[in-house]
Write a protein that binds this ligand. Structure first.
Ligand code: PEP
Ligand code: MG
Length: 747
């Protein structure tokens, strides 16, 4: 192979850079570039195809093909040779293009006379931007050096595209990172917010893809790699690394020390790229390989390599997480995914959160809910499109995100926010009033919480207490198991903040999706039905007992309410209860004060508990229905699976009759009953629950106003009659009848 340090390639890159630096409109620049590349490569044709949308490529500039075809010729991803390059993200090199499988000739371009074809992807770290093609009449394959040279050029073009070098020419091609984009994801948390994008991990922007002095660039690269090695060694020397963390870091070290990796990047620099562009070129290659390998282990390793390239880029550019850039006003966090701890660090500064991944029941979603900020999940690929500071609208109700929205959309959206604010004002005026229906029934409205940050809402929302305190959040946001003293401090601050109002502390509900970072994850086929919640507590009582001790210490003499999650049968409750009784006894014998009043409850989250022996209903001090879990098990529909989670209505008459059965069983033994799943915070659902006999509902703080307003408008006996009629009429859901009836009720 010819020496890649030969100056031809560098000369071309320099000419390219100079040409791009000259003033001119985007189209003019593209035209100049195609001319320049064809000239340097000695080919008759050079064309640039860019993505018009995710599926369509458009011929945007050409030297050699017919000019009329520019901005007319389009092809789908995978269509023809150009489409194949784009789909596979790898070059196509042939001396006989018409004879290639999948060849599709575009008559308007006049390309039929060109036999040889070389196309390479224009891509930037996994983001496909287009295809660069050279063609010539002589039937010959391009040499390895030529392929390489064109790849290097494509790399520079990708950087230039990213920097907006080809936009603003009014030719109808709206630039990447400029056009409005709508993302249809899923609701993680309701609410609407307008703000500016704040990327959790901002992309590194390379502003100098071409470098003049390869010796100096190679030195920069070597120094950066050295710094990277030292930082990995530092990480490895930290104590308390578990086996998995160590294995990942060892893999990082292996890559950082890899001669092949460094050598390839140095060759790219010799060819004219800057150190940053060389790292990115390698990274792009890794990303496209990652998309193609099916083997999970290999993908993991490639993703390690991707991560380490990111670190190297950050070192070289000084950009990245700690860029010092100022957070915009009204920041909306955009991320691929985010852990609960990191989200908490941003805290109430954020107006909204948009994630590419995530799930409704994820910890991040739970935190977003606790912080009462709208969250949209599954906004696919938003990270590669959004830039820091971009205007963005988050519609958590619909699960829709508008990035760089059109003016009309923004106006409509602001109207919606204003209407919601108006409604909130109305609800605030109800704060001191009870949720009393027209028939005189009073429904107690409590709030769900899990963080200290939630507690201020207790005053503002008008909640009478905390019906569900999810204690696992305190465990999830830490990197190691909290100590008892820490828990005592947290719980007593919660009780202080509640100022004597009842707080129902739910013991640790881990397992299922809630995996503690410092506990070995179980490899379970179906974790939602697996080793979770009280099952873990009873099998490994150490943590449960520590938590119960902390609750008792925090309470001192104050009344204490404890409930056990996911109790499926009587003996689980009796065992959990005796753990608590034993701890009370122990506290007493140590001379510590114990609560004057203790309520010990259970969460009913599996249908089985509704048919438990009477002894259970007599023994338990209260029951709280965890509707999120109960519904998923009643209908056998995973609460986190987008394909099924909305399939069954909470107002399904079978489900309502089941709830009615629970109401009767509790009434028979005078057991207080509440409902604390998300449905309790949805006004129509809350109305139905109240009509079925629930006298206490616990919900997110923002729902208390709307639920109270609706309850105060109606006579619950009439609501019950509507539901009963829907049942006798054989309706699948009581919702249509209920909505119809509600429409006849005065505001
Ligand atoms: C429920 O299952 O309804 C519940 C309140 O608990 P979680 O959502 O935390 O599982
Ligand atoms: Mg639950």
């Amino acid at each position: 192979m010819a020496d890649r340090s030969d100056t031809e390639s560098r000369k071309l890159l320099r000419r390219l850079r100079d040409s791009l630096a000259e003033p001119g409109q985007g189209q003019e620049r593209l035209d100049r570039i195609t001319h320049l590349i064809a000239d340097s490569m000695g080919t008759e044709v050079c064309s640039i195809y860019l993505f018009r949308d995710e599926e369509t490529l458009e011929l945007c500039a050409t030297e050699g093909l017919k000019r009329e075809a520019v901005h007319k010729t389009r092809m789908k991803l995978g269509e023809g040779l150009v489409g194949r390059v784009a789909r596979t993200a790898s070059p196509v090199n042939t001396g006989n293009a018409p004879g290639e499988k999948g060849f599709r000739f575009m008559p308007e371009t006049g390309e039929e006379i060109y036999s040889s074809f070389l196309g390479v992807p224009i891509q930037r770290v996994g983001e496909r931007l287009g295809v660069l093609v050279v063609q010539s009449k002589i039937a010959r394959e391009f040499s390895e050096d030529e392929v390489y040279a064109l790849e290097v050029v494509a790399m520079v073009l990708a950087e230039m595209t990213e920097l907006g070098a080809f936009t603003g020419d009014g030719d109808g091609m709206t630039a990447l990172h400029r056009r409005p984009v709508i993302y249809r994801g899923a609701t993680g948390q309701e609410g609407a917010a307008e703000g500016r994008v704040w990327l959790h991990e901002p992309r590194v922007v390379v502003t100098n893809p071409v470098a003049d002095d390869p010796v100096a660039e190679i030195e920069r690269l070597r120094a950066a790699v050295q710094q990277l090695r030292v930082s990995i060694d530092d990480l490895l020397s930290v104590e308390h690394l578990d086996k998995d963390q160590k294995a990942v870091l060892e893999a990082y070290r292996m890559f950082a020390n890899s001669r092949g990796w460094s050598k390839r990047m140095e060759e790219d620099i010799e060819a004219g790229l800057s150190a940053e562009a060389a790292v990115e070129k390698e990274q792009s290659l890794t990303r496209s390989r990652m998309e193609q390998v099916a083997d999970a282990y290999l993908r993991e390793r490639l993703s390690d390599l991707d991560d380490i390239s990111n670190r190297l880029l950050r070192i070289l550019t000084g950009q990245g997480k700690d860029t010092g850039a100022a957070m915009p006003e009204n920041p909306i966090l955009v991320a691929r995914n985010i852990g609960p701890g990191e989200l908490l660090e941003y805290g109430r500064k954020l107006r909204g959160v948009v994630l590419e991944e995530g799930s409704v029941g994820s910890h991040a979603a739970v935190v977003a809910r606790a912080l009462a900020i709208p969250l949209v999940i599954h906004a696919e690929r938003i990270k590669s499109e959004a830039l820091n500071g971009d205007p963005i609208l988050v519609d958590g109700d619909q699960g829709v995100v508008h990035l760089r929205p059109e003016e009309t959309i923004t106006r409509a959206f602001r109207d919606k926010i204003a209407m919601q604010a108006e409604a909130q004002k109305r609800y605030a005026s109800l704060r001191g009033l009870p949720a009393q229906s027209k028939c005189g029934t009073i429904i107690q409205l409590h709030m769900n919480a899990g963080l200290m940050a939630d507690l201020p809402s207790l005053e503002g929302s008008g909640a009478e207490g905390v019906g569900l305190f999810r204690t696992e959040l305190q465990f999830l946001i830490r990197s190691q198991m909290p100590r008892r003293a820490e828990l005592v401090a947290i719980y007593s601050r919660v009780m202080d903040a509640a100022k004597g109002r009842r707080v129902a502390f739910r013991t640790l509900d881990i397992g299922s999706d809630k995996v503690l970072p410092y506990m070995k994850p179980q490899d379970e086929p179906n974790p939602a039905m697996g080793w979770r919640a009280i099952r873990v507590g009873l099998d490994k009582p150490g943590i449960l007992r520590m938590q119960l001790q902390a609750l008792l210490r925090a309470a001192g003499k104050r009344p204490l309410t404890v409930m056990f999650p996911f109790v499926a049968q009587l003996d689980e409750f009796t065992q959990a209860r005796s753990h608590l009784l034993r701890e009370i006894h122990r506290e007493r014998s140590l001379g510590h004060p114990v609560p004057e009043k203790i309520e010990i409850g259970a969460m009913l989250e599996t249908p089985s508990l509704a048919y438990a022996p009477k002894e259970f209903f007599d023994l338990v001090d209260f029951i709280s229905i965890g509707g999120n879990d109960l519904k998923q098990f009643f209908f056998a529909a995973d609460r986190e699976n987008e394909l099924v989670r909305r399939r069954y209505d909470t107002l399904n008459t079978a489900f309502l009759q089941f709830l009615c059965h629970v109401v009767h069983r509790c009434a028979d033994s005078d057991t207080p009953l509440s409902f604390c799943g998300e449905d309790a915070g949805r006004p129509i659902e809350a109305l139905a629950l109240a009509a079925m006999g629930f006298r206490m509902l616990s919900m997110r703080p923002a729902s208390i106003g709307p639920v109270k307003a609706l309850i105060r408008r109606v006579d619950l006996r009439e609501v019950r009659a509507v539901i009963d009629k829907a049942i006798t009429d054989g309706a699948v859901s009581a919702r249509p009848a209920l909505m119809e009836w509600l429409a006849t009720q005065p505001e």
